[in-house]
Write a protein that binds this ligand. Sequence first.
Ligand code: GBH
Length: 478
Amino acid sequence: MENREHYTFPDNFTWGTATASFQVEGGAHEGGRTDSIWDTYCAVPGNILDSSNGDVACDEYHRYGQDIDLMKELGVGAYRFSVAWPRIVPQADGKINQQGVDYYKKVLDDLRDAGIKPVVTLYHWDLPQYLQNAGGWANRDIAMRYGDYVSSLAHALGDRVEVWTTLNEPWCTAYLGYGNGCHAPGISDYAQALETVHHLNLAHGLGVQAVRAELGESAQVSVTLNLQVTRAASSAAEDLAAKERADLIANEVFLGPMLEGRYDERIIKATSGITDWSFNRSGDMEIIQQPLNVLGVNYYSTVYVRACDPQPEIAPGPSGRPTPGRNPMPAQERVESLAPTGELTDMGWNQEPEGLRDLLLELSERFPGLPLMVTENGSAWQDNVSTDSSSLNFTNGKIVHDPKRVAYMDVHLKALADAIESGANVVGYFAWSLLDNFEWSLGYSKRFGIIRVDYETQERIWKDSGLHFREIVRANAF
Ligand code: GBH
């Protein structure tokens, strides 16, 4: 990558920060909310690294006003957050909970007053527990229940929402939730994982249709995928085949149906020992393939794979428990992931900004005319609070010096600027995350925020990365 001093972003480029309901809201038992699968999962000893849960999290349920003020100070033009399905439809009877709707209306009204556009994710993993009791994503019925939920929500919130995002990272739901079990609902069953893939695709299509049916064809609709940037360890044919196998199961299972209305034949073949895909019924593809206004891309790191001798499948652990060593994705017996290299983030992930550039360019070439938005990018590090910032009056005399997060942000924004200059159609960038928050199975042990949360006091403490992002956002350049 070219090393220049100055990078400018296009006019009207959207800068934002992102969060998700279960990770920040808390208020788990307030306002009529019922349990999600993550509440249930957290209650099982051993599932969450620090034995924590989402009961309080960042207390955003009560502190959204203060956090919107932080975003105003950052100068961001957009906020990507998610709606908790169990707040909107808390019971199996399907009735809408007005208190839940009112909460999001207040958030949306405050955002409007602050001049910040809401990018709303309809599903960021907190499935109502009563739907899991009915089979969860492995039960086709769920796609229709999702469609009903989306249609009620679109009706209730209407034009307060700028962009609707059907799903966040269906890869994680299918493969971590049902393939490995290290995410809720904690199932390790490859057949269910593939069924889940299809039902998520179907839900996506029904969700897009529901939003447009309520709000008209001009409603802006998107989906956010965590497309895995997979690299072959060498150019040997068998390593390239391993890369292709990983790519098909990770990425093509979503891109194909959602954007091209088909499952690649190679996917069906690769998984033939697991399922016959009869859950893909005639007419489904017409529902799944919907025109989208924007494609959300979450990007953190890359994966290197090589071919290996067939590995015996590791037996799944008991339901509700993660299975160490079990590949989240089915049909990967001949695919081996290499250990990441270079300086790893606190998540153990490598840093390869070129992966972001390559991904954006590839997508823009393959789907011309489809605007892309980086809906998550960021890094976890262990941070420390310093008290040497008397000049920064709005930071309350405290600051976190997080040079590694700043550096990660810079190299990724350079990669993004490079991609845009080379022709990628990217309309926005959202930092993950506005705040430190509940990092799923790793609890509160990993900090992704550009603003720190003191979980004892709920105090928000600025980090250098937040101040740095503020400069970039205000200049639309760096
Ligand atoms: C996102 O998930 C989530 O949307 C967000 O809620 C979460 O807080 C954030 O990222 C940070 O984790 O696992 O080593 O094989 C990202 C999940 C990360 C899953 C990269 C696949 C591949 C590397 N993805 N991961 S590895």
